[in-house]
Design a protein around this ligand. Structure first.
Ligand code: SF4
Length: 551
């Protein structure tokens, strides 16, 4: 039997490729074929991936192609064909699906492109001698041959669960899960807006799949449903099942539209244990003209209230996109401040990608888009925002990662913004200018250096109240864990005798263990209650989250 290898090149080691697992399990369920999976990531050297694929000695190599791996896959297949000219190379996935003809012309190493939803197409492709099947594109004597799209699978329950017991046991990677396919919305920049229909796995099937995750040691399951909360009876049913079967140590991630939550949902979400759910909320922009232009509606007041109501126990990632139509550098600042106020764990500042097939790709001339013409197809400028302004936002994004998304500067940065800036954006812009001026932007920095840079920035700005700022910074620093290094600005005031007595009182196996897993510090400003006065805090690092105990 000829050997088929399905290849997934992920963007990071911790990711798992859901598509190749669906494809393998589906084909193996409905045929006698056996498929081998090969997974790697773009941080590995191309040459070592080629060697691995060569050693697998397959006859058919099928690559799952995405925006983050297209360049990689295109290079790999060229080289692979040189050393294995007898093989067939087939590509599927969104990066080739919407432009099959162009892909076949661009890279002559591609024999076939699978268009659209892969399971049925791949099954027909592999089980038929005649490759001229629906959903299969190829070049015949230089001419593009394509019979048209295959119908999507009506009943998603016919697709097997993607993971095997071994993978569930491994527990080192993020596992992805899909309870529905498709999106009813029409965001002009998004490929998912092209196929309108939404199909769902049955509630019973989802529950039995979730039980497998809950029974294993998996820590993070990300639902890839394009908008998870579409049909209330169904999505609430899934959440209720998860709550009834709560398991500590696992997190479920959902991409949601928080505009459409009602009181019942808010009341339900308030009951979810801290850290059990994680939401990604795409705000993208709050500029009205922008929202109209991209076919996205945020009900700003309602969205804010909904998010604030659940932000205590649900971890939130909020997305913004720079480079959208009608969004200038100044209007973008408003969107930034709006999402900053939501108090999310993470603000993801993304940059518009011009993806072929989307509505925005048809507006290139209208809005004078300049963009990178290879993956990730990011916008460079348009008639609303200049290249240098987008570069400034890139720098802001870096500072956002350092001083917000890292969650390492919760107290000190809050103190700076509240005391010295009118709006949060200005702080991030200001510190990115400082990094730029000091030539620090292109470098990687250790955590302690990022702390030190904030002190230097503070000094350069000549802000008043450095003594209080340093106390907040010390608190942030000690929240990270038992310090290995004490930077110059960190002058400890701790009462060593008192610390010793606390260790003795606490139930540690030995004093050594106690010192290793805790810290004690005296602050000259009451950093927990934001007022003048001293406070002593015992830091306990024995749990995942540092526990603070004021004395
Ligand atoms: S951006 Fe999200 S909501 Fe909009 S079309 Fe794409 S998947 Fe749907």
């Amino acid at each position: 039997m000829e050997k088929v290898v399905l290849v997934g090149i992920n963007s990071q080691f911790i990711h798992t490729n859901l598509a190749i697992r669906y494809l393998k399990n589906y084909v193996e369920k409905y045929s006698s074929l056996k498929i081998e999976l090969y997974e790697s990531n773009i941080n590995n050297q191309i040459q070592s991936i080629i060697t691995d694929l060569f050693r697998l000695n397959g006859n058919h190599y099928i690559f799952s192609t995405y925006i983050w791996n297209k360049e990689y896959v295109f290079s790999i297949i060229k080289e692979l064909k040189k050393i294995m000219p007898h093989i067939t190379v087939t590509l599927g996935g969104p990066e080739v699906s919407y432009n099959a003809k162009e892909s076949l012309i661009e890279n002559k190493s591609i024999d076939f492109v699978l268009v659209g939803e892969g399971e049925k197409v791949l099954l027909n492709f592999l089980t038929n001698e005649n490759k001229n099947q629906k959903g299969v594109a190829f070049l015949k004597s230089g001419e593009f041959a394509y019979l048209g799209d295959e119908f999507p699978i009506e009943n998603l329950d016919t697709i097997p669960f993607p993971y095997n017991d071994e993978e569930l046991k491994e527990n080192i990677k993020i596992l992805y899960y899909e309870s529905s396919r498709g999106c009813p919305f029409s965001c002009s920049y998004c490929l998912s807006s092209i196929d309108k229909g939404v199909r769902y796995l049955s509630l019973e099937r989802v529950k039995s799949d979730l039980k497998r995750f809950l029974d294993s040691g998996v820590e993070l399951v990300k639902f890839v449903d394009r908008t998870y909360n579409l049909r209330k009876d169904r999505y609430l049913g899934i959440w209720e099942y998860l709550l009834e079967n709560y398991k500590e140590g696992v997190t479920f991630h959902f991409e949601i539209n928080a505009n459409i939550f009602d009181e019942e949902i808010i009341a339900f979400l308030k009951k979810v244990p801290d850290g059990y759910f994680q939401f990604e909320v795409g705000v993208q922009s709050i500029n009205k003209e922008t929202m109209d232009s991209i076919n996205r509606r945020n009900l700003l007041e309602r969205l804010r209230n909904n998010i604030k109501a659940i932000s205590k126990n649900i971890h939130l990632h909020v997305d913004l996109i720079a480079g959208l139509p009608y969004d200038t550098y100044d209007t973008f600042k408003d969107s930034f401040d709006y999402v900053y106020d939501l108090d999310a764990e993470m603000i993801q500042l993304g940059f518009l990608k011009i993806l072929s097939g989307t509505k925005i790709a048809s507006e290139i001339e209208k809005y004078d888009y300049k963009y990178i013409e290879f993956p990730p197809y990011e916008v460079l400028s348009n008639c609303f925002i200049k290249y240098e302004e987008l570069v400034k936002l890139k720098n802001v994004e870096k500072m956002l990662d350092y001083y917000y998304n890292s969650e390492k500067f919760k107290y000190s940065v809050k103190f700076i913004i509240e005391n010295y800036y009118n709006r949060p954006f200005d702080f991030f812009e200001d510190i990115s200018n400082y990094y730029d001026k000091q030539n620090l932007l292109g470098l990687g920095h250790k955590v302690v250096t990022i702390f030190n840079n904030l002190v230097k920035f503070f000094e350069e700005k000549n802000f008043q109240g450095k003594n209080i700022f340093i106390e907040y910074l010390k608190l942030d620093y000690l929240l990270l864990g038992k310090p290995g290094v004490y930077p110059e600005w960190f002058i400890s005031n701790k009462d060593k005798e008192k610390y010793n007595n606390i260790i003795i009182e606490k139930d540690f196996i030995s004093s050594r263990e106690g010192y290793k897993k805790t810290e004690f510090e005296k602050f000259n400003y009451d950093v927990l209650n934001n007022k003048n006065g001293e406070i002593e805090i015992f830091f306990n690092y024995t749990k995942k989250k540092t526990i603070l105990e004021p004395f």
